[in-house]
Design a protein around this ligand. Structure first.
Ligand code: WTA
Length: 636
């Protein structure tokens, strides 16, 4: 069979043209490269009105047969995971595909014995250890729907997510070290579970060995259960047959309203898209060492640590820690240690390491690197140049990959060593992806050298299917702004060469260190504090994080100590959402700029936070234009 990989720019152009002219033919050919229990009757059935999208209708499969079983024939002894601890003195782990298959099968038995079955929702709140990958794949093996919650979220956020999906089982760990700091995962989970009556069982991985309370009849240890399966010879587990459009996972992400939404991806289309994009963008070749620095708690970890690489038989470096522990040379240390060939990271990490200077890079051998990748936010020119010069030594293409939780996989990106790159440009769409720029009214903006709102006009296999439990929300958020288009909420420029540059969100979603956080979510959290009457949150440019959080807060009593209240408000946000959403600046104000109908004019607040004080635009529609002057004067 012809390789899935495109090997020249000419070929890319041909394949792209074919994929637009005959999407079903194109994706049908791609899908032939996977293992199916039953082939599809129809490649695509869709409309963007409801929306309703079904790829590979009638097919049956299990994604784990593609990630594990099919490799056993000729690459069972290839390494699937090279794991590096947070602690540089702890030995690394090496797990082959055969070993991973066995662990996943055993854990599938554990889940089943604890009562889990096809269609159940299982919440995973775990450290970056191989057992997380095992748990994710074991859910998929039995047909349960995983909902991974990032280890930085608070008890309240976990509870919201568990309740929304009505999970009946949880997998967590006692704790995990991130740098010098321990995160007490089980304790946080216990706090969450007070509000989650649907959860019947909790499986606890022993990782930090810190004291925890195990609840009789509810909590069991991962290690003990796995040993029991081993003892009973339960080391194989037949993969459950899934329909192509059965849900594979839910992943919660922020939007412009206060409540995070559960983005649902399904089995067949997601698998095909994650693997196809992985192989083409990174041009992965067997034996190469690939290192994605994301956390599995985010979509990048789902698609480009777990499913894409494993469905491609790749060797993955998985890292538990943070880039600055024990010092700012840790990533480069890992690249040197494992002779990493492909490094996929985020602009915020690059900027933070850049700030530590070159001493941490100097004595590391980075000569194994061949391809660099960036994801999560627009990469600024300075970071791009530093990454290119000091890490890639001018020899490695940088693939600036644009995509979203909702897109399942990368939509716009160079293919490494194939697409000519340009700093800060995500360049060109992947085959099968049809971007379109529109103006405010939804009219298509044609030609080059233009900018507008980025939409996609035809489905790709990894597209969001629904928001869990609320299909109407999916429709109104993504498919109702412009008729017959998927709206990304990103602004975008298409230059003279037809290259795309993503300029950032046009809705009320902030991008803090590559993490998506809605302004409304942070406002809701701030407003929980007893001393707060009202608040408004906007993003402002931040040197390391890309964007920082600026909060304007009206207090009920101004005579109290402002510094103490600032700390209290930060603590409230940390408790309600998590430390990632803590405001960088809190300015106390006596009023907010509102229109006569009571709507906060964020545009003005954003400009003030950005320091653009002279050109605030039209303020004549404000109820009380004087508040603006006061806010300007007291700006932090
Ligand atoms: C932004 C992360 C510019 C964008 C995979 C998008 C980017 C949001 C890029 C999705 C990029 C992601 N260049 N902006 N290469 N990649 N974004 O859901 O605003 O966490 O809408 O998915 O991140 O964030 P999410």
């Amino acid at each position: 069979m012809k390789s899935l990989q495109i090997s020249s720019f000419e070929e890319y152009k041909d394949v792209y043209a074919y994929s637009v002219q005959n999407p079903e033919g194109f994706w049908g050919d791609v899908a032939e490269h996977f293992t199916w229990k039953k082939k599809w009757d129809q490649v695509l059935d869709w409309n963007f009105t409801e929306p309703q999208v079904a790829w590979f209708k009638g097919a049956q499969l299990n994604i784990t047969e593609n990630c594990l079983d099919r490799h056993l024939v000729d690459r069972g002894d290839d390494v699937a995971i090279l794991w590096e601890s947070n602690d540089p003195d702890e030995a690394f782990r090496k797990i082959t595909y055969r070993e991973l298959h066995r662990e996943v099968c055993k854990f599938a038995h554990v889940l089943t014995q604890q009562g889990a079955k096809k269609g159940d929702r299982i919440c995973l709140y775990m450290p970056m250890v191989p057992e997380l990958t095992v748990a994710v794949l074991a859910c998929a093996r039995i047909g349960a729907i995983h909902s991974v919650v990032f280890g930085g979220f608070s008890a309240q956020s976990i509870a919201d997510r568990i309740q929304d999906a009505a999970c009946n089982l949880v997998v967590t760990a006692d704790g995990t070290m991130r740098g010098n700091k321990e995160i007490f995962l089980k304790n946080i989970m216990d706090d969450a579970l007070v509000h989650c009556p649907t959860v019947e069982r909790v499986i606890v991985l022993e990782r930090s060995n810190s004291p925890i309370s195990m609840i009789k009849g509810r909590d069991v240890f991962y290690g003990e259960e796995m040993a029991r399966m081993e003892g009973q010879g339960l080391t194989d587990f037949p993969a459950v047959a899934m329909e192509a459009e059965d849900p594979l996972f839910i992943l919660y992400t922020s939007g412009s309203t206060g409540k995070p939404k559960g983005v649902v991806h399904t089995c067949a289309g997601y698998m095909v898209f994650a693997a196809y994009t992985f192989q083409n963008i990174f041009q992965y070749k067997r034996g190469q060492i690939y290192f994605c620095t994301a956390d599995i708690g985010w979509i990048t970890g789902h698609s480009y640590i777990v499913y894409g690489p494993l469905a491609s038989g790749a060797t993955n470096v998985m890292f538990e820690g943070i880039p600055t522990f024990p010092d700012a040379g840790r990533f480069w240390e890992i690249v040197d240690k494992f002779k990493v060939n492909i490094l996929y990271t985020a602009p915020t990490a690059i900027r933070s390491l850049m700030a530590y200077g070159l001493d941490y890079v100097k004595n590391k051998d980075l000569s194994s690197l061949q391809v660099l990748g960036s994801v999560g936010e627009p990469i600024n020119e300075e970071a791009w140049n530093w990454f290119n010069t000091h890490i890639g030594k001018g020899n490695c293409p940088i693939v600036d990959t644009w995509w979203q939780t909702e897109t399942g996989g990368i939509l716009i990106s160079p293919l490494a060593n194939i697409t000519p790159t340009k700093p800060c440009f995500a360049t060109l769409p992947l085959p099968g992806v049809q971007p379109m720029l529109v103006d405010e009214k939804g009219e298509e903006i044609v030609g080059n050298g233009v900018s507008g709102n980025l939409c996609i006009k035809f489905p790709w296999p990894g597209i969001i299917r629904t928001t869990y439990g609320d299909h109407e929300r999916c429709r109104t958020t993504y498919f109702a702004t412009y008729e017959n288009l998927y709206f990304t909420s990103d602004g975008c420029l298409r230059d003279e060469d037809g290259y795309y540059r993503i300029t950032g969100r046009v809705d009320d979603v902030m991008n803090i260190s590559g993490h998506r956080i809605g302004t409304a979510e942070v406002e809701n959290a701030i407003n929980m504090h007893t001393g707060v009457i009202e608040s408004a949150v906007v993003a402002f440019p931040h040197e390391i994080k890309g964007q920082g959080i600026y909060a304007y807060v009206i207090l009920s009593d101004h005579s109290h100590q402002p510094d103490q209240i600032r700390k209290d408000i930060s603590a409230t946000v940390t408790r309600i959402i998590g430390a990632i959403a803590r405001p960088d600046k809190i300015q106390f104000v006596t009023g907010l700029p509102k229109t006569r109908s009571g709507k906060i004019m964020r545009r003005i607040l954003r400009k003030i936070a950005e320091g653009e004080l002279s050109n605030l635009g039209d303020t004549s529609t404000l109820l009380d234009p004087n508040v603006v002057d006061q806010i300007k004067e007291e700006r932090l």
